[in-house]
Design a protein around this ligand. Sequence first.
Ligand code: RIB
Ligand code: NA
Length: 309
Amino acid sequence: SLPKIVILGSCCVDFATYAPRLPKPGETLIGNKFTTSFGGKGANQCVAASRLGGNTFMICRIGDDESGIKYKDHLRDEGVDVTHVWITPGISTGVALIAVADNGENQIVIVQGANNHLSVADVENSADLIKSADILIGQLETPYETTLAAFKLNNGIKLFNAAPAKTGIEEILPFCTILCVNESEASLLTNLDVNISNAAIALKKLLDTGCETVIITLGANGAVYATKNNLQCIHVLCENVLPVDTTGAGDAFVGALATFLVTHKIQPLHQIIGAACHIATISVTVEGTQNSYPTKNDVFTKEYKYLML
Ligand code: RIB
Ligand code: NA
């Protein structure tokens, strides 16, 4: 049977406004478009993985409101197993208020709602699924303790996307097969101002926390990574495109990475990361989050460029 990709994480309804630029504090801007769509880092990663042919299972909590019910139907329509999508009575589904600028940059505020009710008891009730996962993915839009409990149960690949940035997450890091962070998340965890010039130092610092492999995504500059067994830092480049909307590009990367890790096991890691960067790059050229994620794709016919750092 197909390898199981299990995502423990968030579902949010995304309310996105599009404007020429991002507003300054206290400023009111006139925008030119508004959309309501399915988001949340966990579900975004799940949908990205599913569209690329991954056999996905979502463990999450939604509210007992209309958007929660719609969200579950949406996940099912995307080919996701929704057996472990639970409803929390009397609580709203998570929401995200997003502003997107013409240059593709964004700003996001989320209110977790039902996502905050995903509990250690839920992990215990999903123990069979979590133990049987070939790859388990977690993020930080649901309670950290819940993700930690799940990571302790699984013996497969554990992919932790420490987003949004949060301190006090040291305990989970030794359980992570792969820690994946962007520059600002890496900065918070290392006390450095992380960018390509000091990425090798940041990778080493993060490997010292106990995870096996660390990936730092660098937006248009691709990604850098290093592993415990091979301290050589590698910079995987990605194509240059004109960004339209970068919302959820990191999630496209994580979901694609998860799928390719289990469906293209024989590929070297730089190729798998290159392919995941390629999927994220496609996503930034199209407006929206999940609706910009591509479907099954011949990404391994290419050879991705990489440099030793
Ligand atoms: O990573 C992008 C996501 O972050 C959005 O879909 C929004 O829901 C926020 O959670
Ligand atoms: Na997009």
